[in-house]
Design a protein around this ligand. Structure first.
Ligand code: BES
Ligand code: MN
Ligand code: ZN
Length: 499
């Protein structure tokens, strides 16, 4: 979809549709007011009849409104004016775009971006309108034999800003939003692809494809012999039961104006997690194709950053393999040697994410990174703790943890910090190796983060447990593209603070 920014009166737009807001209870927004005046009170007359109360998300499509130059006027309910905040703004945009995409307009001029949102500037409103619009029209139909054609899909949105002086900020914000949305689309596609297509080899190929599309992204894909030479015994132990070959993907993007140590992103890339010998129950096991969403989000962030030509130094590391049971699979009680030299007793083969991340974190040391952030669908306990709203943040540096939470707030891709106190480390004790890969059930997400922290002692590090937010269950089952907005927002903030 294409986006442009404009400033001007709604009644003067030659367009297939002009979109204006109505507050609860029946209060016209400024742009709805202008249409009302141009049409001699037609809008207020309709509202008086009770067809549009202004409830959040309600829509009413009007045709041939006299006094205007557009084919249609779409009224969108905004809810109570004093409650119009981030969530309400995004939900109004979503309703408008969903309706436009399902009806005849292939383009529209949206005035909702002119409405004031508490604590947010026009740039925020434009960026979020673009991200939400793209989210609303996303479809995953690659695996259907006949894609369900949208009759006249929405192709172009013009977003209106209050003043001509807002145009420049609006355009920058639209480009940012579109890059984030393109990154999310990639992350969603990779997540939604089934495990028999989206294999470690396939992820490596998609990374290389990204490198060809954006020459600023240098991609190296290592295969088993090189992974063995590196001594990644922990990562390789997870691959033992699988007939699919593992990959270790390295992406490098060096565009900072100054010589600067890179930020390293590490993404969990388990393309299917059966649990291994500690086999998972059958119910909902299909959802374990999403266990590579951390890896997918790293690819998505690279896409966003490269499209924007952000002036930062970024490295992406993706250990990727399947976790399968077999006669050769790792068994509970096996002891493996990590690249760091530390030994691990694998008490549960289903706690495999931390085993592949451990070696990737050790590999990150060679970049002498400014900071390392890993992104992983790591624990079911995370879903219990924070549900599907926020991901968990764990960090050995409190300021870093707070910065990620703040970026999540700006991006409406929320995160919440949990503790990483030493008191939680004790559960990992082992009688047979340096430590075990699991502690008890209590505080499962925290003890998983504690395990990772043992491989992140040489740098500032944060861990995002995205188990609850990376995909949706139910009738809208599918990957969400999170936390691409959070991570991109965080990285772009560093660009401005170091420029
Ligand atoms: N990929 C799973 C985590 C997961 C489970 C994410 C369900 C989303 C929904 C991970 O590899 C796993 O199996 N973790 C175990 C750890 C346990 C054995 C300590 C878990 O959470 O049950
Ligand atoms: Mn598992
Ligand atoms: Zn897993």
């Amino acid at each position: 979809m294409e986006f442009t920014i404009k400033s001007g009166s709604p009644e003067k737009q030659r367009s297939a549709c002009v979109v204006v807001g109505v507050f609860d209870n029946r209060k016209l927004s400024l742009s709805a007011e202008l249409i009302d005046r141009a049409s001699n009170g037609y809008i207020s007359e309709i509202i008086r009849r009770g067809d549009m109360e202004g409830k959040l998300g309600a829509t009413l499509l009007l045709h041939n409104v006299r006094g205007t130059l557009a084919d249609r006027v779409l009224l969108v309910g905004l809810g109570k004016e004093r409650d119009f905040r981030d969530k309400e703004f995004r939900s109004a945009i979503r309703s408008a775009v969903t309706l436009l995409n399902e009806t005849g307009s292939y383009e529209a001029v949206v005035y909702l971006t002119e409405e004031k949102v508490k604590r947010r500037e026009v740039a925020w409103r434009v960026e979020h309108a673009v991200v939400v619009a793209m989210e609303a029209v996303y479809r995953f139909e690659q695996m259907k034999s006949e894609p369900a054609e949208v009759r006249r899909p929405l192709r172009k949105l013009t977003l209106s800003v209050p003043q001509r002086s807002d145009l420049a900020d609006g355009e920058t914000a639209a480009a940012r939003g579109l890059a984030i949305a393109h990154g999310m689309d990639l992350t969603r596609d990779l997540g939604n692809l089934p495990g028999n297509i989206c294999t470690p080899k396939y992820l490596g190929e998609r990374a290389q494809e990204l490198g060809r599309e954006f020459p600023d992204v240098k991609v190296t894909v290592m295969e088993r012999p090189e992974i063995e030479t590196l001594g990644m015994g922990s990562f390789l132990s997870v691959t033992n039961g699988s007939d699919e070959a593992p990959r270790f993907i390295v992406m490098e993007y060096e565009q900072s104006a100054r010589k600067q140590k890179p930020v390293v992103l590490v993404g969990k890339g388990i393309t299917f997690d059966t649990g291994g010998i500690s086999l998972k129950p059958a119910t909902d096991m299909d959802q374990m194709k999403f266990d590579m969403c951390g890896a997918g989000s790293v690819l998505g962030v690279f896409r966003a950053v490269a499209e924007l030509k952000a002036k930062i130094n970024l490295v992406g590391l993706i250990p990727t393999c399947e976790n399968m049971p077999s006669g050769r699979a790792t068994k509970p009680g096996d002891v493996v040697k990590t690249m760091s030299g530390q030994t691990v007793e694998v008490l549960n083969t289903d706690a495999e994410g931390r085993l592949i991340l451990a070696d990737a974190l050790t590999y990150a040391e060679r970049y002498e990174p400014e900071v390392v952030v890993d992104i992983a669908t790591l624990t079911g306990a995370m879903v219990i703790a924070l549900g599907h709203v926020a991901c968990g943040v764990f960090s050995n540096n409190d300021a870093l943890g707070r910065a990620l939470v703040a970026a999540g707030d700006d991006a409406y891709d929320r995160a919440w910090q949990l503790p990483l106190w030493d008191d939680y480390q004790d559960g990992l004790a082992s009688n047979f190796a340096d430590f075990a890969n699991v502690a008890g059930r209590a505080g499962g997400s925290i003890t998983a983060a504690c395990f990772l922290s043992r491989f992140a002692k040489k740098f500032e590090w944060a861990h995002l447990d995205i188990a609850g937010i990376a995909w949706k269950d139910g009738k809208d089952k599918g990957a969400t593209g999170r936390p691409v907005p959070l991570l991109t927002t965080w990285l772009l903030a560093q660009e401005s603070s170091t420029a």
